[in-house]
Design a protein around this ligand. Sequence first.
Ligand code: SF4
Length: 108
Amino acid sequence: MGSKISEEELNKVLSTEGPKEKADPKKKWVDRMLKSASKYHKICPYYDKKTGNCFIKQLKFMKSTKCDRDGKFEGCPVLISYLEEKYDWFKQSGQPIPMDFRDLTLFA
Ligand code: SF4
């Protein structure tokens, strides 16, 4: 038994799916930067291999400055939050938003 929906129902379904598909530009940019970073770095560029510390945590004077991920930055909340802050900073300052991770490090 085939199921058919009317054009009206189809439009309703499509219109409710529209906003969900639109990704938040900040999240989109952060994802892009993470993807870009993984092209150039096997381990986190903010990971101090000698001490095991995280430069971002140090920069923010966090209580513990150790990286608890051994420099594996995929999905790291510290890095994601840092990138989100960077995005806000670029937006507020009116600077062009970098599209490649290598360009971002110039501003870090
Ligand atoms: S905590 Fe996250 S941002 Fe910091 S060095 Fe480790 S992986 Fe990188």
